[in-house]
Design a protein around this ligand. Structure first.
Ligand SMILES: Nc1nc2c(c(=O)[nH]1)N[C@H]1C(S)=C(S)[C@@H](COP(=O)(O)O)O[C@H]1N2
Ligand SMILES: [Mo]
Length: 373
């Protein structure tokens, strides 16, 4: 198990026989929602302070235990049929030889809201049992992928770029060359002004703006540039939409997911309990590569009304919204629907897909308002 890049392995049993945690950062229930795998923890929608998600509560989704990599011995190899001169960078090269870029971007897992998808269709999907917490926003600092690829000499026929991880599963997921060369595709070295935490990909992770979280490979050690389409588990059998509404794109079993569709989140627990006093209801909306332009809300069977959006409004990142409400005691439903700059509005329902991805319809948020007695 201990290759040259690995330090201590925290997932080995400790001397007293207790199996240690698979992730490093503390994940107390006051900060995070445990999705039950020991690897996956969501944000608590009712505990979202500020616009940026602090590292101590940024959602965590890993398929294998957090590897403990030593940056001093780590390197990044760029190779494949799509480059003329394979090249290797050290950790210091990344910090010292390239312009550092900072950008605020939201990452959302394609499986977010899977449990709610299952409730609508009265079935249980396999995969991580996510409620609404598999989404977070950080300020990422690092080097543009483009700046790292260009010195290797991208060939005229290059068409795909695939970051590959040093974790146990060698996670990898290709993207088209154009997405890899975009201004806001980054190899991140820092998060919210701090060195990238171990669990979030130290020493380096990709951030693919607006795409499903699985594209933002953590613990990157190699980037393949290819003149041919690349087929790996994460674009043939996982992270693809499989079902009658999604024609398979062989050899993929369905449609590989790219951009994340528009959706919204109410910053209340589910179901929520409120007091019968005037108050502000808050939330966030995210539209992947698109920008959220409007958020509407509907109380019980009332009409749709405009919520107000709060700055900042950053492309590729969520936007906060709010409205005022003076609720009467009893049971209520809050519905919220966001619209993006491409004219997509959250639908009332979305077709079923086998793995329960991209569930983004208008949700009926159950609210109980206490009586004042
Ligand atoms: N190497 C590696 N990268 C990975 C994963 C993983 O399991 N291994 N999970 C992916 C998935 S599915 C998501 S949603 C995001 C989650 O990023 P986070 O844990 O920093 O929130 O990382 C992606 N990158
Ligand atoms: Mo994910």
């Amino acid at each position: 198990m201990s290759g040259p890049l690995r330090g201590s392995e925290p997932d080995h049993p400790s001397p007293d026989g207790v199996r240690e945690r698979k992730v490093v950062k503390p994940t107390p229930p006051e900060l995070m929602e445990d999705a039950g795998t020991g690897l996956d923890y969501g944000i608590r929608p009712d505990r979202a302070p500020g616009y940026i998600t602090p590292i101590d509560r940024f959602f965590l989704r890993s398929h294998a235990p957090t590897p403990h990599l030593d940056a001093a011995r780590w390197s990044l190899r760029i190779e494949g049929s799509g480059v003329r001169e394979p090249i290797t960078y050290t950790y210091a090269d990344l910090w010292d030889h390239f312009p550092l870029i900072s950008m605020v971007r939201t990452i959302e897992c394609a499986g977010n809201r899977r449990v709610l998808f299952g409730e609508e269709y009265e079935r249980k999907f396999e995969g991580t049992q996510w409620g609404r917490g598999a989404i977070s926003t950080a300020e990422w600092t690092g080097v543009r992928l483009r700046d790292l690829l260009e010195p290797a000499g991208i060939t005229p026929k290059a068409r795909e770029v695939m970051p590959e991880a040093l974790d146990e599963i060698q996670a990898r997921r290709p993207m088209p060359l154009a997405k890899a060369l975009a201004d806001d595709t980054l190899l991140a070295l820092a998060m919210n002004g701090e060195t990238l935490p171990l669990d979030h990909g130290y020493p380096a992770r990709v951030v693919v703006s607006g795409w499903l979280g699985a594209a933002s490979i953590k613990w990157v050690g190699r980037i393949e540039v290819s003149e041919h389409p690349l087929h790996v588990p994460w674009n043939t059998e996982d992270y693809v939409l499989i079902g009658p509404d999604y024609p398979p794109q062989a050899p993929s079993l369905g449609m590989p997911i790219t951009g994340i569709p528009v959706a919204s989140l109410v910053e209340l627990s589910w179901p929520a309990r409120l007091r019968p006093v005037p108050q502000v209801i808050r939330g966030r909306a995210f539209a992947g590569e698109n920008q959220v332009t409007a958020v509407e809300y509907r109380l019980d069977e009332g009409s749709w009304q405009e919520a107000s959006l709060a700055p900042p409004e950053i492309p590729g990142a969520w936007v906060r919204w709010q409205f005022s409400w003076d609720p009467q005691p009893g049971d209520h439903i809050i519905r919220v629907r966001a619209t993006d700059d491409q004219g997509h509005t959250q639908p009332d329902t979305v077709p079923w897909n086998e793995l329960g991805y991209c569930y983004h319809p208008v949700l009926s948020h159950p609210i109980r308002v206490e009586s004042t007695t």
